[in-house]
Design a protein around this ligand. Structure first.
Ligand SMILES: C=C(O[C@@H]1C=C(C(=O)O)C=C[C@H]1O)C(=O)O
Length: 253
């Protein structure tokens, strides 16, 4: 098959830069996480780095690409509840429409960690959940910042997987293998260049180096899978839908 025909979804945030740094040969489709989830469900794209919660909702439709994710082990730095009031005084929360996973992670943090249940509003909020570049750009404007990656880590001792590389099951094996190779090479090239100060970074260089090296974690190992199972158990309680029986990584070996 012609790889150029495979349509690959790329979340339009800075944190996907390493994956797509030297990436080529596929058709890229950019969007917010919720837009890409819709396109992947509809078969308008064949694969993409999308909200991990989508695998909980439709596991039968996808393989997970091994070794790759957008996660954090502690602070993620770009999934933030921002507020001018301390959490215990927050009664109304506005949630970005761009997120699927972090919306549920916020419910976990508010309900199961802090024991509060603020109302969701679309204006007049006490606190605002932002993800990605929007969170990075606005994080310094609020008095209180709650980092959801850190909140999850403090509660569970585990990394948190925000996004998975999901592939629709009708994609041929050679396409999946080529995609995996291309992404892994891109991530390696990015971090080698970052070390040598060869990456053009938009904005505050020192902060962004810290963001790529210490906040976002691009691995998908045993601890990440344990964390996904834990998150899916929470989603099961929250939605009434059963958690996937298996987390099926595409067998590359
Ligand atoms: C860590 C992040 O993860 C993002 C969060 C997502 C979500 O909440 O659904 C989806 C994709 C990721 O890009 C971020 O963008 O800041």
């Amino acid at each position: 098959m012609f790889l150029q025909m495979l349509r690959v979804g790329k979340v339009a945030y800075l944190n996907t830069l390493p994956m797509f740094y030297s990436f080529g040969g596929f058709k890229l489709v950019e969007g917010h996480p919720t837009e890409l989830v819709k396109k992947l469900r509809a078969g308008e794209i064949d694969a993409g780095i999308v909200s991990s919660a989508e695998y909980f909702f439709n596991p039968q439709d996808y393989y997970i690409l091994p070794d790759i994710s957008i996660s954090s082990k502690g602070k993620v730095c770009s999934v933030l509840l921002l507020s001018n009031k301390p959490l215990e005084e927050v009664e109304k929360v506005r949630i970005t429409p761009n997120s699927l996973t972090s919306r549920y992670l916020l419910t976990f943090v508010l309900k199961e960690v802090h024991g509060i249940a603020p109302k969701e509003v679309t204006e007049g909020e006490d606190a605002l959940l932002l993800i990605g570049d929007e969170a990075l750009n606005l994080r310094e404007l609020y008095r209180f910042t709650y980092d959801l990656g850190e909140e999850w880590f403090n509660a569970t001792g585990l990394p948190f997987v925000f996004a998975l590389f999901l592939i629709r099951k009708d994609v041929p094996e050679e396409g999946i293998r080529a995609l995996h190779r291309e992404l892994k090479t891109s991530i390696q090239t990015f971090f080698a260049d970052l070390k040598k100060d060869r990456v053009q970074l938009p904005g505050n260089k020192d902060f962004l180096k810290h963001y790529f090296s210490n906040c976002i974690d691009y691995e998908l190992g045993a601890e990440h899978l344990k964390s996904l199972r834990r998150f899916f158990t929470f989603l099961e309680r929250e939605t009434g839908k059963s958690a996937p029986e298996f987390i099926s990584l595409f067998p590359l070996l």
